[in-house]
Design a protein around this ligand. Structure first.
Ligand code: NDP
Length: 257
């Protein structure tokens, strides 16, 4: 595909983790619409296959790879396949994550570990597998992108969301450091920090108090849609190579904090 103003990402290869639903799914469609070849990572093979079929029907190119990002060897195998079949990635949307709030005194240690394993270790496994490809693309073609999904929880205080918020503070702080390290190699690094977005994320919440708070918030504001966040990722990826949006906070207009 020739690059035009409507397809500023043509020729680029974008890997999206957490592509089977929510923000990742919408971003895969967005980046494909802007001309990128997209690689879809998540565990649910059927969902990835359906998304890939939709993208191909719309004239895009999508490769679906079912992978659990907490398995470092499996993520590396996915990266090796991207290198072999597509010549490597030049955009990584590192987005898979889970939010499981609960009062700390409930000692929901399984949920603590799940969030740390996915939001921190899974994110790092994906960084480890794909950063060499991003650096190669930055060096050879002058631009590559690493976009990590953080949250406003990285900055703000939400009682009962301590572990989730701490994993997202990790993501934001890591992103700032990686930007300083990789920017000189033409790899832009961004942390995207959304407020509430209507996705499957809320459906995994088991704590009754948090569920009630989330449900109640729908009465006071219009939540963001995954497409709102996806459009922001599309915007930052299409900026000229010397422009790096380091940190983007995107809120529902009616959400206070
Ligand atoms: P979803 O639950 O819709 O998406 C989560 C994605 O992560 C799914 O595609 C899921 O796919 C994937 N995933 C979960 N576990 C694994 C795993 N072990 N290996 C690979 N993929 C996995 O939620 P969102 O789209 O909302 O979440 C995306 C990101 O946005 C998360 O990091 C979340 O913390 C962040 N965020 C969300 C906000 C919101 O209000 N929705 C606000 C701020 C940040 P599968 O189950 O098929 O593996």
């Amino acid at each position: 595909m020739t690059q035009t103003s409507a397809t500023p990402l043509s020729g680029r290869v974008a890997v999206i983790s957490g592509a089977s639903s929510g923000i990742g799914e919408a971003t895969a469609e967005q980046l494909s619409g802007q001309g990128a070849t997209v690689v879809l990572l998540a565990r649910r093979e059927d969902r990835l296959a359906g998304l890939a079929a939709r993208i191909e029907k719309d004239g895009g190119t999508a490769v679906a790879i079912a992978v659990d990002v907490t398995d470092a060897a499996a993520v590396q195998a996915a990266a090796d396949r991207v290198a072999a079949e597509l010549g490597g990635a030049d955009l990584l949307f590192n987005n898979a994550g889970v939010m499981l709030p609960a009062p700390i005194e409930e000692l929901a240690t399984g949920q603590w570990q799940h969030q740390i394993d996915l939001n921190v270790t899974g994110l790092m496994n994906t960084v480890g597998a794909f950063v060499p490809q991003l650096v190669e693309a930055g060096t050879e073609r002058g631009v590559a992108d690493l976009v990590n999904t953080s949250s406003i929880a990285a900055q703000n205080i939400f009682p009962n969301f301590a572990v989730y918020s701490a994993t997202k503070a990790y993501v934001t702080h890591l992103s700032r450091h990686l930007r300083a390290e990789l920017g000189p190699k033409n790899v832009r690094v961004s942390a995207i920090e959304p407020g509430i977005v209507g996705t499957e994320l809320q459906s995994h919440v088991t704590d009754p108090g948090a569920r009630e708070w989330l449900e109640g918030s729908k009465e006071t504001m219009k939540w963001l849609a995954p497409q709102d966040v996806a459009a922001t990722i599309g915007f930052l990826a299409a900026l000229p190579p010397h422009v790096n949006l380091q940190q983007v906070t995107i809120m529902p207009t009616g959400q206070l904090s």
